[in-house]
Structure formats: C-alpha cells, structure tokens
Ligand binder design. Structure first.
Ligand SMILES: [Zn+2]
Length: 268
C-alpha cells in the first residue's frame, strides 16, 4: 500500500470494551501518533472517548462518528492528547473531565483518585498516577472475562520509555505510580492500553521493566556525579549518560536528567 495514501486508519478494537484510533501526528515524542480510545460496553449506545488528541478535523470527525459520545476524559494536559479537546467537546456536546480543573469543560468536574465513573455501560476507576506530569491519570477498565485492562496515557508507553519533564513531572511520584500499577497486575496479566505505541499484554511485566530501567539510569547518573562532582550541571550529566541520544530528543533527555538530579539531591 502506498505509504502516502490518505486512507484513514480504522477504528480498531483492542479489547471487548476498547477501540483505538491512531491520530495522524507521528513524531519523535509521539511515536506513531497519539492513541485515542473509544470505550463502551458491547450493548451500549453511547461511548467514552479518552484523549481525543490533536486538533485535526478529519481525526476528530472520525472519533465523533463512533459516538454518541457521553464523556471525554483526558489522561494529562500535554497538547498531543488535548489540543483537540475543546473542538471535540463542541462537536459532541459531551463534558470533558481531567485531574487538572483547567482542562474540564461542559460541566465536567475534576477527576479524583479512586473515583468510579459509570458511563457507556461501563464502570471505570480513575487512578491518579503523577510522574510523567503532575496531572497524569490512568483508567482501569472492568475485566472482559479474561483480562482486565488499564489505559495508561503516557505513564506507560507501548514502546520506548516515558519522559519525565522536571518540574511538572517528578521521578519520586513516578516510581510510586509504577509500583501501584505493577500491583494491579499481580493476579494475572492485565492489558496495557498506552497513550502511544502498541497495546501490551502484561502491565506488571512492563512496569517491572520500567522500574529496572529507571534504577539503571539512576545508577548511571550517580556514576556521572561521582566523576563530574556532586554539583555537575544537567547538561554535563546528560552528555555523560546519554552520549548517543538522537539530537531531536536531547532536550527531553536533559529534562529527564534534571528530574533524576532533583530526585537524588532531595534524598542526599
Ligand atoms: Zn505526555
């Protein structure tokens, strides 16, 4: 198939309750693009849309066609997840809810950790998972008979690793969030529905990998500080630890190092 064909990507079922529509915004920070999710029970008429994504008319129209949309949820404030939210809310007349009150509209109230939401024939549980950003949250879906699933936003990605941008993001809360998500998967595989990249089969396994990766990076930063001195700049530590980083991701790597330095210095 022609890679440049404008053939729209289909709304793809990824579990009994969730379908995925990939937004056409690929890039170094968004992987293949932002994953927008449509959630509904098999017999429900209405739908919940999580992260409508960028303000691209064709994408938003295709999402709205999956409706009627009862509720719009945002996993966090980053624009690749939220830039189209106001336009999408206007198209669907659905309220927008997020942890950050500034993102809520149409009568939607701020989400609270542990809150249960009933919509589109489903009962969802909101999990506040700060770390990638202060306002990051995950959505736990009911078990579909075999596996439960958790929609993870940018807290856990389908590929690569999440970037912690200091000071909105913070490593201490992020590690706590990963531990909490890992515990959800301790009774059997829980499907991961990430904000970018492919769906993954095992939440506990990927959280374990993320925690090990973070521990390795922290060891590397500690080693760099031992070489460069305890007050070394984030720039110098980044050059030591991420010597092979893609130039397009250098800024993100530096932000991640700043988050690690904050974490280590807070605990020194
Ligand atoms: Zn993000």
């Amino acid at each position: 198939m022609d890679a440049n064909a404008s053939d729209p990507r289909p709304l793809t079922p990824v579990s009994e309750f969730a379908s995925l529509l990939l937004a056409p915004n690929p890039g170094p920070m968004t992987l293949d693009g932002t994953n927008a999710y449509v959630l509904r029970a098999p017999d429900a008429r209405g739908a919940i849309v999580v992260d409508p994504g960028p303000a691209i008319d064709e994408h938003l129209t295709r999402l709205a066609d999956a409706g009627p949309v009862e509720l719009i949820l945002l996993t966090h404030h980053h624009l690749d997840h939220t830039a189209g939210a106001a336009e999408f809310a206007a198209m669907t007349d659905a309220p927008v809810r997020a942890i950050d009150a500034a993102l809520c509209r149409g009568g939607g109230t701020p989400l609270i950790d542990g809150e249960r939401i009933e919509a589109a024939g489903l009962e969802l549980e909101i999990l506040a998972t700060p770390g990638h950003t202060a306002d990051s949250m995950c959505v736990r879906l009911p078990s579909d008979g075999e596996h439960g699933s958790v929609l993870t936003g940018d807290t856990v990605l389908g590929r690569g690793s999440t970037i912690i941008v200091d000071p909105d993001g913070a490593l201490g809360p992020y590690l706590d969030s990963l531990e909490r998500l890992r515990a959800l998967g301790s009774h059997g595989p829980v499907t991961v529905l990430p904000g970018h990249g492919p769906v993954l089969p095992d939440l506990a396994a990927i959280c374990g990998e993320y925690l090990a990766h973070r521990a390795d990076r922290l060891d590397q930063v500690r080693a760099a500080l031992a070489q460069l001195g305890p007050d070394a700049s984030a720039e110098a530590v980044t050059s030591a630890v991420y010597s092979d980083v893609d130039p397009a991701l250098r800024g993100a790597a530096e932000a991640s190092v700043r988050a690690q330095l904050t974490y280590l210095r807070d605990r020194a």
